[in-house]
Design a protein around this ligand. Structure first.
Ligand code: ATP
Ligand code: MG
Length: 657
């Protein structure tokens, strides 16, 4: 693993710890150039899909927490089968190692640790997250003495596996609350109990309840009272002792109203210790602990180590633990006698501790009352976690349950359910006039779903602006309804199209047709034609096939019928009269005969320049070696014909008489 790059980003540097569920490494985050801690799920859990999903969910919910006394979660991810959590790297030690190395903590240090843990818990509890596994391993202390709690909620994922049956739970059972030991309702107050055990251990050097097996420890959590702390520490501050004992109450309701209240109690003690200038007082009122190695009076450097303590005890004669042990023995004997006398008591105790496993029935879709009954029949308790609006599930029915149906859990366990409040009706907000991005964002934020999106031209509205929405603004609709949008494409760009070939068609019909196409009629003039009948289009400009746009005008030459035969000389009846030139007199006709050079295709263009001006009368591509014959007409004395072949002028001459 060392040297590997996770998710293309986290370079694993070295192993810094390992626990039951995961291995912890320091790593370099190459994206943000900082050192982080990466917790990698052990391979045996990676195969349990449901566990992995839960692990990720819990990690994500813990990631929503941000507090100086909570280890920040930065990222949760997976690469292949490797599941990992990236978190703040805490330079320091865990409290377990600190307790092992320095047993005699100054009282202000204990108060400061307790206060900081309670501050972290208060923040998490406020956000609805219970730690469930408060123990010294999960409490990290920085070199500056700041306390940071880690692994929020991850124990929840653990409880979903069968691990609780294995030895892995051994490390935690010393810190389990009585309700956790029984396997029932974990609550915020359970974290307070565990905090009480941690503080007890800091004061006395070991946790209050110890035993050979998890069962014997759990039994003590449920039944026994801890030995008085003053036995272990005669100089103990009375109020500090009270706080710790209150936290260790078997009844969750009697442990104090909240973590917040515990913080206040510690703050009171801190102020008092400071005012009275007790030996352990340190000047720092803020959260961090006295720095290691900095202060002899308050820090960890001057603390008595376990070895020194043992030595002192030997010097004093009988160790202090002796009366405690004998007292413990007496209790044990009494218990055993009682257990022996009462038939079946031995069997009853484990059953009390570890209730039978039952299979969780499915209550999704059931009405709340019905679900409560079904769960009660299975010896489980329905607990409403949330009531939420839901378009699919009718009001009062169960939307989801946790744990899911089919899982084996302990009897009496809470089954958390989400209950539907039915469909929520809301007024449709307006997104008309907003940009599509703003509109969509607004709709999703208001709980709507994006439906279909269409585009439409609108010359007055810029492209990308919402023109219409369905359902329309102001309508009362179900929250979560899909909203369809019509978005402006702006002004319609004129479309180009190929001009049809109108030659040979009736000019009147053609006029109507171009009007339909949005093409105005340009110039038009008549021409004699040997090819087209009277009234038919002879020529058009632009030529057929040219790409044109709406609004472009089109010129036409239309047929007047055949060329008149040689005009009769018009002799004026009266020589004084002006000669009456008829229209026909001026028309000239000529056959153009062209031989295309052998070789590639050539475009032939024939222009007529006459009384009407210049116009193209022929444009066509012909094969090399072919012959082109066209009859061309022009009007007026100076009518000329220009012929272009392959873009070059071939000739330019007057119509021949
Ligand atoms: P459990 O598996 O029951 O939680 P654990 O808490 O000892 O036991 P891990 O949570 O895997 O196991 O942590 C192992 C050790 O890694 C911790 O005890 C701590 O010393 C170290 N560690 C964990 N998180 C960090 C961190 N963010 N920064 C520095 N060290 C850490
Ligand atoms: Mg841990």
């Amino acid at each position: 693993m060392i040297g590997e790059m996770l998710a293309n980003r986290y370079e694993i540097l070295e192993k810094i710890g390992d626990g039951g569920m995961a291995l912890v490494y320091s790593a370099k985050d190459h994206l943000l150039s900082r050192i982080v801690a990466v917790k990698i799920l052990r391979a045996q859990f990676a195969d349990d899909d449901e566990f992995v999903e839960r692990f990720r969910r819990e990690a994500r919910s813990a990631a929503s927490l941000s507090h100086p006394n909570i280890v920040n979660i930065y990222d949760v991810g997976e690469t292949g089968r490797v599941h990992f959590i990236v978190m703040e790297y805490v330079q320091g030690k865990n409290l377990h190692d600190l307790i092992r190395d320095c047993e005699h903590f100054p009282q202000d240090t204990i108060v400061s640790v307790g206060k900081q843990i309670a501050m972290g818990l208060a923040h998490a509890h406020y956000h609805g997250i219970i730690h469930r596994d408060i123990k010294p391993h999960n409490i990290l202390v920085t070199d500056e003495g700041r306390v940071k709690v880690t692994d929020f909620g991850i124990a929840q994922a653990m409880s979903s596996t069968n691990l609780t049956q294995t030895g892995m739970v051994l490390g935690s059972v010393h810190y389990f609350s009585p309700e956790q030991a029984r396997g029932v309702n974990v609550q915020a107050a359970s974290d307070l109990y565990s905090l009480g055990i941690v503080l007890y251990e800091m004061i006395a050097g070991s946790p209050p309840f110890r035993g050979e097996s998890p069962i014997s420890i759990a039994l003590k959590q449920i039944q026994e009272n801890p030995l008085p702390l003053r036995d272990a520490r005669p100089d103990l501050d009375g109020e500090l002792e009270d706080v710790v004992l209150k936290l260790l109450n078997k009844d969750p309701k009697k442990r104090g109203a909240s973590a917040e209240e515990v913080v206040k109690a510690f703050q009171r003690i801190e102020r008092r210790i400071q005012m009275h200038g007790e030996g352990q007082a340190h000047g720092d009122q803020t959260m961090p602990l006295p720095a290691q190695g900095k202060s002899r009076r308050g820090g960890f450097v001057g603390l008595a180590t376990k070895k020194k303590r043992k030595k002192r005890q030997q010097e004093k004669g009988a160790p202090k633990g002796a009366p405690r042990k004998s007292k413990g023995l007496i209790i044990l004997v009494i218990l055993l006698v009682l257990a022996g006398i009462t038939f079946g008591a031995i069997r009853l105790i484990p059953r009390l501790l570890f209730l039978d496993d039952v299979r969780v029935p499915n209550v999704v879709g059931l009405f709340e009352l019905e679900a409560t009954r079904v769960l009660r029949d299975a010896d489980l308790v329905l607990k409403v976690e949330q009531s939420v609006f839901d378009n699919e599930v009718p009001a009062g029915h169960i939307i989801s349950q946790d744990p899911v149906a089919g899982r084996m859990v302990k009897q009496k366990r809470d089954i958390l359910v989400r209950i539907s409040l039915g469909a929520e009706e809301v007024e449709m907000p307006s997104v008309i006039g907003l940009t599509t991005r703003e509109g969509k964002l607004g709709l999703t934020q208001a709980g709507f779903v994006l439906g279909e999106e269409e585009e439409a031209y609108d010359p007055e509205v810029s492209p990308g602006i919402v023109l219409e929405q369905y359902p329309e603004p102001g309508q009362i609709v179900l929250k979560g309804t899909a909203v369809n949008l019509v978005v402006s494409k702006g002004k319609e760009a004129p479309q180009s199209f190929a001009l049809p070939d109108f030659r040979g068609q009736d000019f009147e019909v053609v006029k109507a047709r171009i009007r339909e196409l949005g093409l105005p009629l340009g110039n038009s003039w008549p021409e004699h034609s040997t090819i087209y009948q009277e009234g038919q289009v002879v020529e058009q400009n632009p030529a057929p096939g040219t790409m044109v746009q709406e609004g472009w005008s089109i010129d036409f030459v239309y047929s007047q019928g055949m060329t008149p035969s040689t005009p009769e000389p018009q002799i004026p009846a009266d020589p004084r009269e002006e000669p009456q030139w008829t229209h026909e007199n001026l028309w000239k006709t000529q056959d153009v005969i062209l031989d295309i050079q052998p070789g590639p295709d050539q475009e032939v263009v024939i222009l007529v320049i006459d009384d009407f001006g210049a116009r193209e009368v022929y444009r066509e591509t012909h094969k090399g070696g072919s012959r082109v014959v066209r009859t061309i007409q022009g009007r007026g004395q100076n009518a000329r014909i220009q012929v272009y072949i392959g873009g070059r002028q071939f000739y330019d001459q007057l119509f021949q008489e």
